[in-house]
Design a protein around this ligand. Structure first.
Ligand code: ZN
Length: 145
């Protein structure tokens, strides 16, 4: 799966609220979702068109796992609409920084990782991509519907 180096990921405020809902429903466990959309500018910009909530089958406060069969179904349906996986979202009850296991899984899923976490009682969403062994940050843009 060749993923471009992404500089910015674009979400609408409605999609951001959907992601907050994923976090709240899973709380205090990690919640997760696939971000489906398209790339432009040679891959520098990822635009999200759909948030597909998935179950965290790890049922954990410090890890998440998406059922591969469910993921396959979501991606097959998305590709019929011309959409692909541009990112993976998950929430942390901890700060929005990749954990050791996230960094390990990022090697195999080199898309944008959006992490919603809590630092000093405030929630923040941050995005990252592991690119040729380097952890890079990705800007999150809130765009009009
Ligand atoms: Zn994590």
């Amino acid at each position: 799966m060749a993923q471009p180096r992404v500089a910015r990921i674009q979400l609408t405020s409605l999609q951001r609220r959907q992601l907050y809902g994923v976090r709240r429903r899973a709380w205090p466990n990690e919640g997760c979702a696939l971000l489906l959309g398209t790339f432009s500018e040679g891959g520098l910009i990822a635009r999200v068109f759909r948030v597909a909530e998935t179950k965290n089958i790890a049922n954990s406060m410090s890890a998440f796992e998406i059922d591969p069969e469910h993921q396959y179904c979501i991606l097959a349906a998305a590709s019929k609409e011309g959409l692909e996986q541009v990112g993976i979202y998950h929430s942390h009850p901890a700060p929005p920084e990749p954990s050791e296991s996230d960094l390990e899984f990022m090697k195999y899923n080199p898309c944008v990782w959006v992490i919603d976490g809590r630092k000093r009682l405030r929630f923040r969403m941050k995005a990252y991509q592991l690119w040729q062994g380097f952890l890079l940050s990705v800007d999150i843009d809130i765009v009009p519907e």
